[in-house]
Design a protein around this ligand. Structure first.
Ligand SMILES: [Zn+2]
Length: 188
């Protein structure tokens, strides 16, 4: 299945907006590290919430970051339910960009999108990657490729180089990381 993700290739520099509460700690995402991120999960889909938590766990193994769940506005990231205005036709999820105007720390997901657990997980890893400063990668094996393709996905060396310019990588991180390494957890 192909799940189209929002493309940032157009020239806008103002983020999408919506009637969600802003995350007061969102600029924590601009720090090099260590990061301490509050994550507010505002979705009616418990499976999506669980895959989003697993995606945060993945990223906490890549960069010097810890996270906790936050119910108030002291969040850096908020998972919100996307509207049709935010999620255009066939787009399942969309992140804001930290360096564009109106950055509020939001990632919008279509809570009714017909995605498997693995697709939700990989899409969450992709969108959180945007909040950590990553752009799309032309390598179709990268989790930052603009389409969510079936098959193994990685953070490749160019993703990791970009990431290291923004954040402190964990010492165990080498040339390439499989994003699928936690899929045993995801599919059980
Ligand atoms: Zn994207």
């Amino acid at each position: 299945m192909l799940a189209r993700l929002a493309s940032p290739s157009d020239q806008r520099t103002v983020n999408w907006s919506g009637s969600y509460s802003s995350c007061d700690q969102r600029f924590e995402l601009l720090k090099h590290g260590p990061l301490d991120l509050g994550v507010k999960i505002s979705t009616s889909n418990p499976v999506l919430a669980e895959q989003f938590r697993l995606a945060m766990e993945f990223w906490s193994g890549v960069i010097d970051m810890r996270w906790h769940e936050e119910t108030g506005n002291a969040c850096a990231i908020q998972l919100v339910e996307g509207t049709h205005e935010i999620l255009k036709k066939s787009i399942v999820a969309r992140a804001q960009f930290t360096d564009w105007d109106n950055f509020q720390g939001w990632i919008a997901f279509d809570p009714a999108a017909k995605l498997s657990r693995v697709e939700m997980y990989l899409t969450a890893v992709h969108e959180i990657g945007h909040l950590l400063g990553l752009k799309h990668n032309p390598n179709a094996k990268s989790v930052m490729y603009y389409l969510d393709l079936e098959g193994p996905e990685y953070l490749d060396s160019s993703d990791l180089t970009s990431l290291a310019q923004r954040h402190k990588l964990r010492p165990s991180v080498h040339a390439q990381i499989s994003v699928a390494r936690t899929l045993a957890l995801v599919t059980n």
